[in-house]
Design a protein around this ligand. Structure first.
Ligand code: ADP
Ligand code: MG
Length: 457
């Protein structure tokens, strides 16, 4: 495996998938010596972001892999020029294992040649129509997305999908992006979360690159903005988004948006955006019904080459009723447990590993969660809320954020505020990090479950 690919593999584990895809895709290690490591990047936005936010992480990860350069330089390189064998498989590696069958893999992988294409920003090929299970709750959204993928910009513009956390919104809109590029490798498809949009605009203003920013966004064929509720309340952002929206809509370019609520219920969203969001088609996505959840569990287990007994499938589908991400998490936890011990999953293992049979009342406050987490780790609450970056403070802080998210379903900005933090991207990182680690790290799992048990005791 190439050096840069190894570095990317490690970086991917420490930041959220969305950020990884957005900022690290199409990067390369151009050269390195004791003085300098030169990282090739596809555009100015990525350059700025890497310099601003990820420089330390990159330097540290390079160091761990034997590159002791004093300085890291980011250089805009055209993607096609990259010749290092290192660079190519970057995007394909982590995600391809999710493809469901050989047939799917071929169709998923076909657009690989164009993957290094800089227009395919933010799309993760793990999310396809093929591996999305359709059932009550998501069938309308699925149909609309498929129809858009065939003819972007013609019907349903914008498409606005809304609904609770973990029910497949991101999966579906990413699948549209993948399908559009598969049909037309030259299509410019851009996926961003509204948080990334905001961050990029802030950077563009700061570095006096707003014209670049505008033209970057306004020349896409398909613009996908995930979790658009986070631009509410930010005037300058809404203004810029309004202009982007208009430019694209007038040019019959497809716009796809998601949110946790319908446009009319997003507080402090400007009226002109609210009305535009409702111009096309708004679809309410619901958690799939029991049968569909069973099919999801079964299919996901099969991608890991495991055939689950029906009672285990039903146990999972029955006990996790609100969130497919949690359902997947529980399945992964069970599979990891069994794999490490070479056991075949059965109902009693599932019950003991997941311990989700208790019904839990929900009268928790954010404060209780933070206090309980601090107490569990025997550190003062002020440390969790304060600036310290020691590992024995950072991990409890991340766990507190994770529990705030999983138990109270708070938004990331709200979680950040509860922890006395200004930047909500920290909350996103933390939650995703704990989500990932709890799948593989039994100590973290034990800590979380003990904290929760006490909270609900
Ligand atoms: P949302 O954006 O609504 O919060 P996601 O799209 O991120 O939710 O979905 C959460 C997880 O559940 C993802 O890993 C996704 O692949 C999976 N998922 C959701 N719905 C389905 C489905 N119908 N079939 C297969 N996987 C699904
Ligand atoms: Mg999402």
């Amino acid at each position: 495996m190439g050096l840069w690919q190894t570095v990317l593999g490690e970086i991917e584990l420490s930041i959220s998938r969305g950020n990884f895809m957005t900022w690290f895709k199409n990067t390369s290690l151009v050269s390195h010596n004791d003085e300098q490591a030169v990282i090739g990047v596809p555009n100015i936005f990525i350059k700025q972001q890497l310099e601003r936010k990820y420089n330390e992480l990159i330097a540290e990860t390079l160091r761990k892999n034997g590159v002791e350069a004093k300085e890291i330089i980011y250089k805009i390189t055209s993607v096609t020029k990259q010749s290092e064998p290192d660079d190519e498989p970057v995007l394909v590696s982590p995600s391809s294992s999710f493809a469901t069958s050989t047939a799917t893999q071929t169709s998923v992988n076909r657009p690989t040649a164009s993957l290094s294409h800089s227009y395919r920003q933010g799309i993760n090929e793990r999310y396809t129509f093929d591996n999305f299970i359709v059932g009550s709750g998501n069938e309308l959204a699925f149909a609309a997305c498929q129809s858009i993928a065939v003819n972007p910009g013609t019907k349903y513009n914008p498409l606005f999908l809304y609904g609770g956390v973990g029910i497949g919104k991101t999966h579906l809109i990413q699948a549209v992006g993948n399908a559009v590029v598969a049909n037309n490798p030259n299509a410019r498809v851009l996926y961003v979360t509204s948080e990334q949009f905001v961050q990029e605009l802030v950077d563009a203003i700061r570095f006096k690159k707003t014209a670049d920013f505008a033209s970057y966004y306004r020349t896409t064929d398909v613009l996908i903005v995930d979790d658009v509720q986070f631009i509410a309340g930010k005037e300058k952002m809404q203004e810029e988004f309004f202009h982007t929206f208009n430019a694209l809509h007038q040019a019959n370019k497809q716009i796809i948006l998601t949110s946790d609520k319908p446009p009319k219920d997003i507080p402090t969203l400007e009226e002109r955006l609210r009305s535009r969001f409702a111009w096309g088609m708004s679809i309410d996505m619901q958690i799939p019904d029991f049968e569909t959840r069973c099919a999801i569990v079964q299919t996901k287990a099969q991608t890991h080459n495991v055939e689950l007994p029906p009672d285990v499938v039903e146990y999972l589908a029955n006990n996790i009723q609100t969130n497919i991400r949690e359902l997947e998490g529980a399945l992964n936890q069970l599979l990891a447990f069994c794999e490490m011990r070479a056991l075949d999953p059965d109902l009693s293992i599932a019950t003991s590993v997941l311990g989700i049979s208790k019904t839990r009342p929900k009268h928790l406050s954010a404060k209780q969660i933070i206090e309980r987490t601090a107490r569990h780790f025997q550190i003062p609450v002020e440390d969790i809320l304060g600036p310290k970056r020691d590992k024995d403070i950072v991990v409890p802080r991340q766990i507190a954020m994770y529990i705030l998210r999983s138990e109270l379903h708070l938004s990331f900005p709200k979680i950040a505020r509860e922890l006395g933090r200004k930047d909500h991207t920290t909350a996103i990182h933390s939650v995703e990090k704990i989500e990932q680690e709890s799948r593989v790290d039994a100590d973290i799992r034990a800590a979380i479950s003990e904290i929760k048990d006490r909270l609900y005791a």
